[in-house]
Design a protein around this ligand. Structure first.
Ligand code: IMP
Length: 420
């Protein structure tokens, strides 16, 4: 196997960081293809917990190389902060990090505009990192790419044009001339720390694929946050689905060998938008211990719900998934019985496929089946056959409902807490 795409099948936060970290043992390169520092991958390395937002977690493993593809939007300030943080932990970057020269950059005005929009009547609950405004500029063909950030004359020209265009709104938020000076000054500081990593990554990726290197393409966010296939408009501005890999890195679909979906044993969501499955029963061990879960990037609390097979079936379909990695199964340890959403009820009708219409989705109510829980701690179990019978039945039921096989089960953050 050479090229593997790892995608999230729900609203992000499925535990992709751990799965990628685990599988990257056998990989030469780890590549990101979309999103930006709105992502948050929590990984445990040498007993320590790290949250990475932009740089693939593979950077923590000696000898692995990491690529940030053209489909990613990069905030140079966030990038340098992450590089410095990792260097401080002893991570070596030379010849290990490659950043696309055609990745678009996020500048402070993108963050301002993101926050400005979030104060309007319809909130999307974004991370306010400037992701949406940067992708908007890309599509509107006024964006600034890494290659242009490197060139001071071209950069100044593009910056001026952008600031002129955005001035009517920016004036309400900041002093535009001062902002311009600050951006230029910051660029001088940041550039020496970035420019050594900028290359044409599409050429590099095709070369390493052709050499038969082992590559993992990691998505940020999840299928339901995909701008085309998610719960629009409460989505991110890129394509986390597997199809995003081609446009986000410059490889053709014929070069993708396998796609693995990561799925949580229940459902969570950060941010706004409808959420059909009701909150997890408060006797859930994890919820009782921690009170709530929190998103790795924003620190905002998540809504928790039962496993929603309608959503995951949709993800299986649009990503072409045959295999899944099931995460956080241990969270359900203490429950007498567990509900699974198998369909929605909408105005008296039963819907089994994910409704693309926001109005329909908003009014969908879950139809549940109920299965017995296992009421036993499963952390530490390393063989599928050793799992309690009801846990195995729960896993088999999920496979049957979503139409994909579960090939990996994770029950904790560390590598050891995994069943293959
Ligand atoms: P944006 O990506 O900052 O524009 O936010 C759009 C939506 O995606 C919001 O609902 C965010 O909470 C959500 N989002 C973005 N990144 C992540 C992530 O990595 N995990 C979970 N939710 C995310």
């Amino acid at each position: 196997m050479s090229t593997l795409v790892v995608v999230g099948t729900q609203w992000g936060d499925e535990g992709k960081g751990k799965v990628v970290h685990l599988l990257s043992e056998h990989a030469d390169y780890i590549v990101r293809y979309q999103g930006g520092n709105n992502a948050g991958h929590t990984v445990v390395f040498d007993g320590k917990e790290f949250i990475l937002h932009l740089i693939p977690a593979g950077i923590l493993e000696e000898g692995k190389k990491c690529i940030i593809g053209n489909g990613v939007v990069i905030d140079p300030e966030a990038l340098v902060q992450e590089i410095e943080f990792l260097k401080g932990k002893g991570i070596v970057f030379k010849d290990r990090l490659f950043i696309s020269d055609s990745a678009h950059i996020i500048l402070p005005y993108h963050r301002f505009l993101d926050r400005f929009r979030e104060r309007q009547k319809v909130r999307l609950g974004t991370t306010c990192k400037g992701i949406g405004p940067a992708y908007s500029d890309k599509v509107a063909r006024v964006g600034i790419r890494m290659a242009e950030y490197l060139n001071s004359v071209i950069f100044q020209d593009l910056l001026n044009r952008n600031l002129r265009e955005k001035a009517p709104i920016l004036k309400k938020i900041c002093k535009v001339n001062q902002l311009r000076r600050e951006i230029l000054q910051k660029r001088e500081e940041l550039l020496p720390q970035i420019k050594g990593y900028i290359v044409d990554t599409s050429v590099l990726i095709n070369k390493i694929v052709d050499q038969g290197k082992s590559i993992i393409f990691e998505s940020a966010q999840g299928t339901l946050l995909d701008v085309d296939f998610g719960t629009y408009p409460f989505v991110t501005s890129s394509n986390p689905v597997a199809g995003g890999v081609c446009a986000g890195t410059g490889i053709g679909p014929t070069k993708i060998d396998k796609v693995l979906g990561v799925v949580k044993a229940y459902t969570t969501r950060v941010g706004e938008g409808p959420f059909p499955t009701e909150l997890l029963n408060q006797t859930g061990r994890y919820l009782r211990e921690k009170g709530k879960e929190f998103g790795a990037t924003t620190g905002r609390s998540r809504r928790c719900g039962w496993f929603d097979s309608v959503l995951v079936r949709h993800a299986v379909l649009v990503n072409g998934l045959k295999e899944l990695a099931l995460t956080k199964l241990d969270v359900l340890d203490n429950l007498d019985s567990i509900k699974i959403c198998v369909a929605y009820r909408h105005k008296g009708e039963i819907i089994r496929t994910f409704p693309m219409s926001r109005e329909v989705f908003r009014h969908c109510r879950p139809v549940y089946i109920e299965v017995p829980g296992w009421r036993k701690e499963i952390k530490g179990i390393q063989q599928f056959s050793r799992l309690p019978l009801n846990a195995r039945r729960y896993i088999r039921k999920i496979e049957e409902l979503v139409g994909a096989k579960i090939s990996l089960i994770s029950m904790g953050r560390s590598k050891e807490e995994t069943i293959f």
